[in-house]
Structures are given as structure tokens and as C-alpha cells.
Design a protein around this ligand. Structure first.
Ligand code: 5CA
Length: 446
């Protein structure tokens, strides 16, 4: 993309309404625009990151054997009357009447609707296990929408639902989700710690939240700091192998890590003092096992191996897709702007032309731009007629992990400059070598 033709409405001033750094930078970098409290338009740069996050979520869900579907945002109230949640859910649910005075709602989550799909089409234990998921907009009329996309009213969630014959099978699905989530967050450059949590209106008593440590997080957390060193990395996990999946879960949940809702002071005291931490975190996902809470009242049953009909065991599993943009920025920024991890960056590399209009410099930039595109990369070329300082400031603010700077002086010596946004370190090398380096860096992330 050429910046002169893009839509990147960068703000010079700090917006007064933004209290935390991620909200401030998302507004300043022209990623989102607020339309009403907790409701945002996604501008091109923000949308690009949102799509990258969605892509990683899709890939990791499908790696674990889960199948994508798409349900509507609008739901009939009657489904929720069947589960008993229509009255229970309270003022967070946006209730709407259609022209026929029928009660509808904008879905805050989809346990009822997915159970309705299941009962209409699945009859036998032979069709299990089954996990369906979607990435779809949700609406929760939060009392205090704040911090931009972090606590929105309309927000994008990945919500997945497993259907299994037995509790053991459903717990394997729970574990499978835990492992797939670990990898999902790591690919986004995040350390998200699974913590024992409370279940709230979703139900069940087996639940973990995934938390990204950040001083601006809304959750209070207690943990053994050795848990932050655990990494899944590129391990190949066989998601059908129960022992292997359970082994990974045990590895990541053996050390103490809990939210304030389940915190146990006596257990916490047993951690060696040097490793005890009380901090704040951002909840970027939650997994639940709730057994037959929905399948029983809604009649989602299968015929088991012995010919007897039984309600299926279920769980649901959510990732806060739009919230993740805020969480990633909270975890990765400096005083100049965002620092995107390679896995989610909106553009792979920025090209800064130091002397727009100079024949040789323009030609060198064009060559680099085209060479990167030919390799399947997505560069952002700042071809505006602006001062170098202004170009650097925009690049630093929008946070592309790599920058190639091209100017007449370097070109006279046959070099351009390659700069890491994270370390700030620069290196001079030929244009071809810079392109090769970028290709090599991203090969590890795609
Ligand atoms: N049905 C289950 C799992 S599919 C469910 O709704 N779980 S949840 O309530 O925990 O939400 C899943 C994730 O959505 C949360 O972990 C959080 O990351 C994100 N989320 C929840 N509320 C909001 C909100 N108001 N704004 C942005 N993200 C949110």
C-alpha cells in the first residue's frame, strides 16, 4: 500500500477521552472511531489487525479439529426462555421487539442457538465428538463500557461449543481448547496465563480464564511468577491424544495462578515468597465445561451405544478477538507508539522515502516495494511529500515491526537502512539484502 493513497487518519493530539495507552494509540493511529459508548467503527489499519487476529484464531481452531459456522447476531427470545436464561441474564442483554411484537435480542453469547442447531441435526453418539465455533459480533450492554475496544458493548468474539457423549470426552474437549488457546496467544506475541476462575452467567464449575499481565487490566490476579516462563512454542501436539493434551494442560496449570474470584490465600502462601505475585491482568479468553446445563432443558440428546438417549455434555470457549488488539498494545508499546508483534502487524514493513521527488530515491523505493510484494509480503510505502521527522513519527506510532529507510546519501554508498521498531537498532545493507531479511523474518510467522 502507498500511504499517499491510503486512509490513515492519524491524530497529532492525545484524545482526552482515552484513559489507557492502548485506547489512546488506537485512536491516534487511526484504527478505530467511536460511534456511541462502547461501539466502534474499524478504520482500515484497525481492520487489518483485527483480520490478522481472526486468521490466527481460525487456523488454531481448525488445527485442533474444530469446525467453523456462522450464526446470526439477532436471536429469538424463545430459545433463551427454553434454557431459563432470558430472565436470568439481566440488563446486559439488549432486548428488541420486531414489527410483529416478537421478542428478539442481540446475542451476548450463543449457547442456546448452537444447542438448537445441534438438536435439529445430530441424533447419534456416532456423530460425536463435535466442536463448532464462530467469530461473530456480540452485544453486551455493559454498565461501564471503557478503555476503547477493551470493554466494548459491541465486540467481536470467537465462541466455540463442544458436544460430547460423556463428561470425560467433554473434559478432553476442554483441554483441547486450553492447548489451542495457548498456541493462539503465543502466535500473537502474548503471554496469556490460564487461571482458575469463576463462571458467571455461562454456568458450570470448571473454568479457566486466560490473562495477559498488564497494570491497566481489569482483573486482579495472584500467581507464581514461574508460570510466565512457560512456552508452548512450535511443539506438535496430537489433539486426539488425550494423555498428551492433558500433559500440556497440567504443565501450564500446576503452578498457582488464580483470579481474585477463586483466590485461596492459604495456598498462595505456600509459594516461595520470591515467586509470589499479585498483579493485574486483561482477560483475553475463557473456557467452560458445564455438562448438561443447556442440553437437558433444550432436549439436545443422542442415542448412546446402548440404545439409550442421553443429553450431551457441553462446554463453551471464548476468545475476545476485538479486545485482543487492546491487550496486545498494552503489552507491547513505548512512548512513541505501538510495537506490533510480527504475527499480527497490519503491514509487514514500512518503507520511508527520505527525499520524495528525487529520481534515484523514488526508483529505489519502488524497487523495494515491488520486490517485497512479489515475495507475498505486505509493505506500507510512505511516499508522501513530508519531512523525514514526520514520516518517522507516523511509522513509530503505527508500530510496524520493521522499517526500511531509503535516502540519497545511503544510495550513493549502495545501502539502505533496516530498523527494528522493538530494539530501535539500525543496520545498513543493500536493498536486496534488506528484502531478503524481511522475507526470512516473516517466513517464521506464516
Ligand atoms: N459463551 C462463553 C464462551 S464462548 C462466553 O461468552 N465467555 S465470556 O463471557 O468469557 O466471553 C469470552 C471473551 O470475550 C472474554 O474472555 C473476553 O475476552 C471477551 N469479552 C467479554 N466481554 C467483552 C466486552 N464487553 N468487550 C470486549 N471483549 C469482551
Amino acid at each position: 500500500m502507498r500511504l499517499s493513497r491510503y486512509f490513515l487518519p492519524v491524530l497529532k493530539e492525545n484524545p482526552a477521552e482515552a484513559q489507557i495507552v492502548s485506547h489512546r494509540y488506537m485512536l491516534r493511529a487511526g484504527m478505530i472511531k467511536q460511534q456511541a459508548a462502547g461501539i466502534y467503527s474499524w478504520l482500515p489499519l484497525g481492520l487489518k489487525v483485527l483480520r490478522r487476529i481472526e486468521q490466527i484464531v481460525h487456523e488454531e481452531q481448525q488445527r485442533a479439529g474444530h469446525i467453523p459456522v456462522l450464526m446470526p447476531t439477532m436471536q429469538p427470545a424463545d430459545l433463551w426462555r427454553e434454557s431459563g436464561r432470558y430472565d436470568d441474564y439481566g440488563a446486559e442483554m439488549l432486548r428488541i421487539k420486531d414489527r410483529h411484537e416478537r421478542d428478539m435480542l442481540f446475542g451476548p453469547t450463543n449457547e442456546e442457538m448452537i444447542t438448537d442447531i445441534f438438536r435439529a441435526h445430530v441424533n447419534s453418539y456416532k456423530d460425536l465428538p463435535l466442536t463448532l465455533y464462530q467469530i461473530q459480533w456480540k452485544f453486551r450492554d455493559e454498565v461501564r463500557p471503557r478503555f476503547g475496544v477493551m470493554r466494548g458493548r459491541e465486540f467481536l468474539m470467537k465462541d466455540g461449543y463442544n458436544f460430547d457423549l460423556t463428561k470425560d470426552d467433554a473434559l478432553h474437549a476442554y483441554n483441547r481448547h486450553m492447548v489451542s488457546y495457548l498456541r493462539t496467544y503465543e502466535r500473537m506475541g502474548l503471554t496469556a496465563i490460564p487461571m482458575r476462575a469463576a463462571s458467571g452467567p455461562i454456568g458450570g464449575d470448571n473454568t479457566h480464564e486466560f490473562l495477559v499481565l498488564a497494570s491497566t487490566g481489569e482483573s486482579e490476579v495472584f500467581y507464581d511468577d514461574r508460570v510466565t516462563a512457560l512456552k508452548l512454542g512450535n511443539r506438535e501436539v496430537d489433539f486426539d491424544n488425550r494423555d498428551e493434551v492433558l500433559g500440556v494442560c497440567n504443565e501450564f496449570t500446576s503452578l498457582y495462578a488464580r483470579t481474585d474470584e477463586t483466590h485461596d490465600a492459604a495456598l498462595f502462601e505456600q509459594i516461595p515468597e520470591a515467586h509470589r505475585r499479585n498483579a493485574r491482568g486483561i482477560e483475553v479468553g475463557q473456557i467452560f465445561y458445564f455438562g448438561t446445563k443447556y442440553s437437558e432443558p433444550m432436549g439436545a440428546t443422542v442415542v448412546g451405544p446402548d440404545g439409550v438417549r442421553v443429553p450431551v455434555h457441553m462446554g463453551s470457549h471464548g476468545i475476545g478477538v476485538s479486545r485482543l488488539l487492546g491487550a496486545i498494545i498494552e503489552a507491547s508499546h513505548d512512548d512513541k507508539g505501538i510495537i506490533w508483534p510480527e504475527g499480527v502487524t497490519p503491514f509487514d514493513v514500512g518503507i520511508v522515502n527520505l527525499k520524495q521527488g528525487d529520481g534515484a530515491t523514488d526508483a529505489a523505493c519502488e524497487d523495494i516495494y515491488k520486490a517485497l510484494k512479489a515475495k507475498g509480503l505486505d509493505p506500507l510505502y510512505d511516499d508522501r511529500d513530508e519531512r523525514a521527522g514526520a514520516k518517522f513519527a507516523s511509522m513509530d506510532l503505527i508500530g510496524l515491526p520493521w522499517r526500511i529507510t531509503v535516502g540519497p546519501r545511503g544510495l550513493a554508498n549502495g545501502v539502505v537502512e533496516l530498523t527494528s521498531r522493538r530494539s530501535g537498532e539500525s543496520e545498513e545493507l543493500s536493498a536486496e539484502a534488506a528484502v531478503d531479511r524481511i522475507v526470512h523474518i516473516y517466513a517464521a510467522h506464516r
